[in-house]
Design a protein around this ligand. Structure first.
Ligand SMILES: Cc1ncc(COP(=O)(O)O)c(C=O)c1O
Length: 399
């Protein structure tokens, strides 16, 4: 085995830079960007705005309210733009509730899989609505909600999810109550419901089917409350999504049950808005051409590893093919295999796409790898560096 491995290794000598015509950065032509040290996440407000305008249209056309799911995206430096197109935030913890209240404003919904005795009072102090995950949590803490409306998560037992890991309807799911008979005795104390059983769903017909099953199961409960949140996971900002049909269905649902509908978009709000900009630090060859960049999938785009997906690279076309790898010690720290229009060399910059949702919120200090800075391209085209991370940030993340 050892001898096979050694045989497979090829010795590679870095190609010298020849001539001066080749740009120093493969993909960066903007001088403002090339002066920023990598790695950094670049949020492009123009691209974000495209999603926000669709969300706003859905709000106006359907009457639904839209809350940003902070679990997906919580980079508050762009909330100044987002709050003009959305009604507020929803959360999964006390800290998200606090962040939403402080930096976004509007309506602050507080949901958690389980609230604890030590946090419940503070949660209520920052929230406009509190949503419990179970009858047991509701019975324990509803009395603490004071004047704010109380909700309960329901689980229709059907979902749209390609991954067992992210499937709220997986066997033995702990996410919400599935038996209407357990909920009925509490109805006079419940103001609303939340259902989140759509995941990365680009298919309107599938959305419609899951919603119909949800109504079949829980419709008689919806008639008793004033609001229903349909959660996130609906990719209605995607290219070609039938927005008119979507809005009509939301409106029909609201009218049929006499409720205010909420949507909780996370990914749909930020999709394709952000890139992770990196620099090539080294090249190796081991039957494939390998590039090592100054970032790490494990640390900076963790969801790719969890869901075993490839990153998206731009450009990804041309005769030069490389495996782009992270710099952590994890053997499988690989962004993916991509094609480039020119030979990639040490010092070149690469732009990894779609790095907002479930990415920036999950970044971590694994291997002590330099945390990517955060930069924002404003609507007028200027780029603003809003956060740089230092050794002291790494140090203070532990003690
Ligand atoms: C309760 C709830 N609401 C909203 C969302 C946001 O979903 P997405 O980012 O897929 O739109 C999630 C994601 O897990 C969720 O659990």
């Amino acid at each position: 085995m050892l001898s096979f491995r050694l045989a497979a290794l090829q010795i590679w000598t870095p190609a010298p830079y020849i001539g001066t015509t080749r740009p120093a950065h493969l993909n960066v032509t903007d001088p403002e960007l090339s002066s920023l040290a990598t790695p950094y996440y670049l949020i492009d407000k123009e691209k974000l705005l495209r999603n926000l305008e669709i969300i706003d249209r859905v709000r106006r056309q359907s009457g639904a309210k839209a809350l940003l799911a902070l679990k997906c995206f919580a980079t508050w430096s762009v909330f100044d733009l987002m709050r003009d197109y959305m009604d507020g935030t929803t959360s999964s913890s006390l800290f998200e509730v606090r962040l939403g209240r402080r930096h976004f404003g509007g309506e602050t919904h507080a949901y958690s899989v389980a609230w604890s005795d030590t946090e419940i009072d503070e949660v209520v102090g920052h929230a406009d609505k509190i949503i419990f995950n179970s009858v047991s949590q509701f019975e324990r803490f509803a009395g603490k909600a004071g004047a704010i409306p109380r909700g309960l998560r329901l689980n229709p037992g059907v979902s749209v999810s390609g991954f067992d890991l992210a499937d709220p309807a997986r066997p033995f799911s702990r996410l919400g109550e599935w038996d209407p008979a357990r909920v009925e005795p509490l109805l006079d104390r419940i103001d609303g419901f939340m259902v989140h059983n759509q995941c990365e769903n680009r298919d309107f017909d599938l959305f419609d089917k899951v919603l119909a099953e949800t109504e079949r199961r829980f419709g008689h409960l919806f008639a008793e409350v004033s609001w229903v949140s349909l959660g996130g996971g609906i990719h209605f900002t995607g290219e070609g999504y039938p927005l008119d049909a979507f809005c009509a269905r939301l409106k029909q649902f609201a009218e049929r049950h006499g409720v205010q509908v909420y949507l909780e978009p996370g990914e749909a709000a930020v999709t394709n808005s952000t890139s992770l900009e990196v620099t090539v630090l080294d090249r190796l060859s081991n039957r494939k051409e390998l590039l090592i960049v100054d970032s790490s999938v494990e640390a900076h785009m963790l969801d790719l590893l969890i869901y075993r997906e490839s990153a998206k690279m731009q450009p990804d076309e041309g005769p030069w093919r490389y495996l782009v790898c992270g710099k952590s010690c994890l053997a499988g720290d690989i962004f993916g295999e991509f094609s480039f229009p020119a030979e990639v060399r040490i010092g070149d910059r690469l732009s990894i796409q779609d790095a907002a949702g479930y990415t920036m919120v999950k970044k971590n200090w694994f291997n002590g790898v330099q945390m990517p800075s955060i930069a924002i391209r404003e609507l007028d085209g200027t780029v603003r560096l809003v956060r740089r991370f230092t050794f002291e940030d790494y140090e203070s993340s532990l003690s």
